[in-house]
Design a protein. Structure first.
Length: 481
């Protein structure tokens, strides 16, 4: 409580009812305002009826990308009431908030606010919010994952400790073993698995499926190159150049890209094998999708016209009708086929030189023009001459290979003979060394025997001399006696 009074008498208690002047020391109630002294604190403030002071904790979070977020949350329900009850106003309008801060700080301790280092005085520190941002389900899932990982880690540690105790190993031993394993890591072995089916082994070879050609309603197209046939890059380059010429022409822009469900929703209901100039050009340059012949390439070009007629010229009385009809596209596709045939005729000589199996009649599906037929015949004759020269060169190469093989065989025989002679010389040297060693051993044995005989003779002579000396000594002893 706040007491007002003089030094003569005892002061009244907190919130007491005692009145009086300074002589008897009467105290004033907390709720009374003191107007006489401007420096004396006034009574507590009161919230308006129906209102309540709510204290919120505001945390400003700044993210690395520059975003700033203010996080607000209610700390405790009774904080507002305590703050108002402890706050004091002075007569001049200023407020005393120190008591409010102390009272509120006592309430905030259980809610995660640390006590100030200097005691209860001063403002409390704003608590740091949790570093997780997400839903409760996401947080629970992360906790479950962490719990599983920690349990797995615990079991691994226990198992490692058991094995170390069983084999009497230390952490240094494990580190050394790990380094040795890293340095001497064996290469991975190839796992081969063979599966034999006797029925398939004894079965006759299946007949090859015929290649599909163009011209049908949505059918046709090209097949993959057989595995036994080599790629013809030169011919495919010529076909790609022809395709690319029409791909860059704005007249044929409608048939340069693929038609999908986004552009035409019901296109696949009528066309089962879409085709366009872009796909044909890509198939000419990709190694795994090159054309086996020029006929299959021309079949794909005709497939563009066939697909256009299938969709845009569908029967009027059919149950399913196309979403759109553009006769212009059919006209463009027909012009494309005719223009490509003319381009093939103009480059028939180049195609014949690049591919000896090129047949202009099969590619066009009709008789070519006289000029194109003459170009193809001339190119075929030149290819035959070149092939003949190549055959002669091939025979000469075979003969040279045979001579080289014979020379290599003779060189191997010479090398084998030299190795045999060297082996014989080495064997003779070893035999001579063995004989010399035996002679040296015999001489050493004879010398040792001579030395031993000399030593024996010397020993016998010394023994006789000793016996004579002993006899003389015995005689002298007898004479003396």
């Amino acid at each position: 409580g706040v007491k007002e009074g003089g030094g003569g008498g005892g002061g009244g208690g907190d919130g007491g009812k005692g009145g009086g002047d300074a002589s008897d020391g009467g105290g004033r109630s907390i709720g009374e305002d003191v107007v006489e002294d401007a420096t004396a604190p006034a009574g507590p403030t009161r919230a308006p009826p129906g209102k309540k002071l709510v204290l919120k904790r505001v945390v400003t979070r700044t993210y690395p990308d520059g975003r700033v977020e203010n996080i607000e949350d209610d700390v405790a329900a009774d904080v507002g009431d305590v703050w108002i009850a402890a706050r004091r106003y002075y007569a001049d309008g200023s407020a005393d908030l120190e008591a409010s801060c102390v009272a509120v700080t006592k309430i905030l301790y259980p809610h995660g606010v640390d006590a100030p280092p200097g005691g209860l005085s001063g403002h409390s520190r704003i608590p740091t919010p949790p570093n997780f941002e997400g839903t409760a389900n996401r947080k629970a899932e992360l906790l479950r994952v962490r719990k599983r990982k920690m349990e797995k880690l615990r079991r691994t540690k226990n198992r490692t400790a058991e094995l170390m105790a069983k084999h009497n190993l230390t952490a240094d031993d494990l580190a050394t073993m790990e380094e040795v394993a890293d340095q001497q890591a064996a290469p991975k072995k190839l796992k081969l698995e063979f599966s034999f089916n006797r029925a398939l082994l004894n079965a006759p070879p299946a007949a090859p499926a015929p290649a599909r050609g163009g011209g049908g309603s949505g059918g046709g197209g090209s097949a993959r190159r057989p595995a036994t046939q080599l790629a013809n890059r030169q011919r495919d380059t010529i076909l790609k150049e022809i395709t690319w010429t029409f791909f860059e022409d704005k007249i044929y822009e409608a048939v340069t890209t693929a038609v999908n469900n986004k552009t035409v929703s019901d296109y696949q209901c009528f066309v089962t094998k879409p085709m366009d100039l872009g796909l044909i050009a890509r198939k000419c340059i990709q190694g795994g999708y090159t054309y086996a012949s020029a006929e299959l390439w021309m079949a794909d070009v005709r497939l563009i016209e066939s697909n256009a007629r299938t969709y845009h010229e569908a029967a009027e009385g059919a149950g399913v009708q196309p979403a759109m009809r553009h006769p212009y596209i059919v006209t463009v596709a027909s012009q494309l086929v005719k223009a490509v045939e003319e381009a093939v005729e103009s480059r028939a000589g180049h195609l014949q030189c690049a591919d000896p199996l090129f047949d202009l009649n099969k590619v066009l599906g009709r008789e070519p023009s006289p000029a194109a037929a003459a170009l193809a015949a001339a190119a075929k004759l030149a290819s035959a001459v070149t092939t003949s020269d190549a055959a002669v060169a091939k025979d000469a190469a075979k003969e040279a290979a045979r001579e080289t093989k014979a020379a290599k065989k003779a060189a191997r025989e010479v090398k084998r003979a030299a190795m045999k002679v060297a082996s014989q010389v080495k064997e003779a040297e070893m035999k001579a060394a063995s004989e010399a060693k035996e002679q040296v051993a015999a001489a050493a044995a004879a010398a040792a025997a001579a030395v031993e005989a000399t030593a024996k003779a010397s020993a016998m002579k010394a023994a006789r001399a000793a016996a004579a000396v002993e006899a003389q000594a015995g005689g002298a002893t007898a004479v003396a006696a």
